[in-house]
Design a protein around this ligand. Structure first.
Ligand code: SF4
Length: 363
């Protein structure tokens, strides 16, 4: 059946608010039509450059302007990344996702090193994903040529609520970055966070933005906010598990072929809660004791849970064949020394300004 690309907010809200059992049954049925319900993809998220980010994302402990006791680090070396990737592979991960706390990618030595990391991990026969901020078309082509499998760039929330969380970058820039990735053979990973104080309509709005992309993202991470002291969202109450299950189920229904990823916030969920998410259509998780900077269940705990539920980790390149890695000297796409003009809306967000002020007082 052809995928639907014209979902409206009203239609999605109607799904989200169905009686719970009906929602679960519908999502599980669609899930089985498009995926093996006993297979879950396992990714390891690696923070290759931590902290010191110039952006003001209200949920993020890596934003330099907030006071969060986070220990930052400069860009890791290719060898350090290779060692971590080998460890991830040995513990059952088929994908390594490398995250750098950058506003956008800048051509130069650091990006060249990231390209080398992509080549190195791809040659280990693992899927490689990067999340590096905003990206031009040429930069996306260079990553594709190095052997990148997926690029993550989250929409975070609806366009309306995004403005209440972030003031230093625009929603359209995020869509343009996803568009640049789409011009290559790299798959798109894009999702968001619930529990930031958004309404159900905002959750539906985010799913409209993602599901009306054509093609729909191959992967959609659904995060539950992990409130970190010092960030503007430190006081947010944990998301009820029911909201998480409803969000996963709704995502599954509106994007049947996508891999829906249970991302941040799993430490706050019971195994029963996670099992219901898998039943509702989640078929991907992040493994490892840290998700960039916030806690995550231990790999052994996850493998125990998989055993208990009879779930199997998905093999690398099961959904799409392995890209080739072109070595740097044979590259067709060279550094252009680009200085793209990504927007800075710079509107005022009171809670962000308050958190920034508090950080200054503490310093
Ligand atoms: S979410 Fe990314 S861009 Fe935003 S502050 Fe954190 S590291 Fe920077």
């Amino acid at each position: 059946m052809a995928l639907k690309h014209d979902w409206t907010k009203e239609e999605i809200l109607e799904i989200y608010n169905k009686p719970f059992m009906e929602l679960l049954y519908e999502a599980a049925t669609i899930h089985r039509q498009h995926h093996d319900p006993n297979t879950v993809q396992v990714s390891t998220l690696l923070s290759i450059k931590t902290g010191g980010c110039p952006e003001d994302c209200g949920y993020c402990p890596q934003a330099a302007r907030y006071h969060t006791d986070l220990e930052g680090n400069d860009l890791m070396s290719v060898n350090q990344v290779k060692a971590q990737a080998l460890r991830a592979k040995a513990s059952g991960s088929s994908r390594v996702c490398m995250g750098a706390a950058w506003r956008n990618v800048k051509d130069g030595e650091e990006f060249d090193n990231v390209l080398e990391m992509v080549r190195t991990i791809n040659k280990l026969d693992m899927e490689v994903c990067c999340t590096l901020g905003m990206l031009t078309e040429n930069q996306a082509q260079r990553l594709a040529e190095a052997g990148l499998y997926a690029y993550n760039h989250n929409l975070d929330s609806s366009e309306e609520y995004y403005k209440k969380v972030i003031s230093t970058r625009g929603y359209q820039d995020r869509l343009d970055t996803i568009g640049n990735v789409r011009k290559t053979n790299v798959t798109v990973c894009s999702g968001g966070i619930i529990g930031m104080g958004e309404s159900e309509a905002d959750r539906a709005g985010m799913l409209v933005a993602l599901s009306t992309l054509n093609p729909q993202p191959e992967s959609v991470p659904i995060n539950a906010l992990v409130p970190v002291e010092g960030t503007p969202l430190e006081e947010q109450k944990p998301v009820p598990i029911w909201d998480m299950i409803r969000m996963v189920a709704t995502t599954r229904i509106v994007m049947p072929e996508t891999q829906v990823r249970l991302s941040a916030g799993r430490t706050q969920m019971s195994r029963e809660g996670q099992a219901m998410c898998f039943f509702a259509g989640a078929n991907s998780i992040f493994a490892g004791d840290k998700l960039l900077t916030t806690p995550n269940p231990d790999v052994n705990e996850d493998m125990e849970m998989f055993k208990m539920l009879g779930l199997n980790p998905q093999k690398a390149f099961e959904k799409k064949s392995q890209p080739e890695s072109v070595d740097a000297e044979n590259s067709k796409y060279k550094s252009q020394g680009e200085k793209p003009k990504w927007t800075r809306p710079a509107h005022k967000i009171d809670r962000n300004l308050e958190a920034q002020q508090k950080a200054k007082t503490k310093a």
